[in-house]
Design a protein around this ligand. Structure first.
Ligand SMILES: Cc1cc2nc3c(=O)[nH]c(=O)nc-3n(C[C@H](O)[C@H](O)[C@H](O)COP(=O)(O)OP(=O)(O)OC[C@H]3O[C@@H](n4cnc5c(N)ncnc54)[C@H](O)[C@@H]3O)c2cc1C
Length: 304
């Protein structure tokens, strides 16, 4: 049953019609638990709230399904606007983005030019930009573009997904680039030809890449709500004398709030991923797919 629901949410998240309808009707069905709002101002207020108890953030202006150059330019402009809003408000946040929303599926050149404009602005503000990792079809090209950008910019990082077979090799290849990586389990529906189907294998690989990247000496964001993974990381950094400055924990807005606050109290850096914008539906469906138990929460909100 859980498997069926997972597939259903993953497919709905990719449906253009469902996304278009959701955009038209605004944040509904309890999506506001996971999405900070539809406007930049609302997202800045959400970050301010997180900063008050010591959490930092990464803001993501949600945007999926970009099919024209105009849409890609608009999306890049929103990223730049978000960086400006972070700087002028003084909140502690960097930026996360998806390269498909910057035109990756239209042309590589368009996407790279948009990335460069965003990274230039981030550099002016002394800020950092993280490239989210999308589905497997975009993995190789995303890493290639990251390597190209890394030659010119030191304020850019990317994400590596533990569920892919190729991941350990990618960690090795990125060593020479001194990559600042966010390590995650992986959120997309992938075929067993490219990704571990069993959760236990993903968890094992996750632990291996956390160890490897930390021991390689590079900045590592461990982005997970899994208490076993968090506990494992704490033990590993302590027994290997890895500085608290070399890593951070990351979690999603609205998920495991108590754990986020507890980690801050223990002295760890905690960054919350704060998505916002009118294109909230695909993101919301991925969160439901991860945890079909959230559906009860949705149902309750539908009848409120
Ligand atoms: C900051 C951040 C950035 C991310 N960026 C990317 C990215 O760029 N690309 C990508 O593919 N994936 C990304 N992800 C998603 C990630 O790949 C996983 O799908 C997601 O984090 C769930 O895995 P988990 O490590 O929390 O462990 P799981 O084993 O899935 O969950 C562990 C526990 O966490 C809690 N939990 C997990 N998910 C939810 C939820 N949706 N609702 C409520 N509770 C939940 C539950 O208590 C669950 O038992 C990101 C995740 C985070 C935290």
């Amino acid at each position: 049953m859980e498997h069926i629901m997972k597939n259903m949410f993953q497919s709905l998240g990719k449906s253009r019609t469902a996304n278009r309808l959701a955009k038209k009707y605004g944040l509904r069905f309890g999506a506001a638990r996971f999405v900070a709002g539809e406007t930049t101002q609302q997202s800045i207020e959400a970050v301010r709230g997180l900063n008050q108890d010591g959490r930092v953030a990464t803001l993501d202006h949600l945007g999926e399904f970009v099919f024209s150059e105009e849409e890609a330019l608009e999306s890049a402009a929103m990223c730049i606007q978000t960086l400006d809003a972070i700087a002028s408000s003084g909140v502690k946040s960097n930026l996360s983005l998806k390269m498909t929303s910057l035109g990756l599926d239209i042309s590589r050149e368009l996407c790279v030019n948009n990335m460069k404009r965003i990274l230039d602005r981030a550099r002016q503000h002394g800020n950092f930009v993280r490239i989210d990792m999308e589905d497997y079809a975009h993995c190789q090209i995303s890493l290639d573009i990251y390597r190209e950008l890394r030659q010119e910019y030191d304020n850019v990082g990317i994400v590596i997904q533990a569920y892919l077979f190729r991941t350990m090799q990618d960690i090795d290849d990125l060593h020479a680039f001194g990559a600042n990586l966010r390590l995650v389990k992986g959120a997309y529906k992938e075929s067993p030809q490219v990704a571990f189907p069993e959760k236990s294998a993903v968890d094992e690989n996750y632990k291996k890449i956390i160890q490897k990247h930390l021991l390689n000496g590079h900045y590592t964001a461990i982005a997970s709500h899994d208490e076993a993974i968090i506990h494992f990381t704490k033990e590993f950094v302590s027994s290997n004398r890895i500085s608290i400055e070399q890593f951070e924990f990351q979690m999603l807005y609205g998920i495991c709030e108590d754990l986020q606050k507890q980690l801050v109290k223990e002295g760890y850096r905690v960054r919350v991923y704060v998505p916002y914008g009118v294109d909230w539906f695909g993101y919301f469906m991925r969160r439901l797919a991860e945890r079909p138990a959230n559906v009860w929460f949705v149902l309750k909100n539908m009848f409120k």
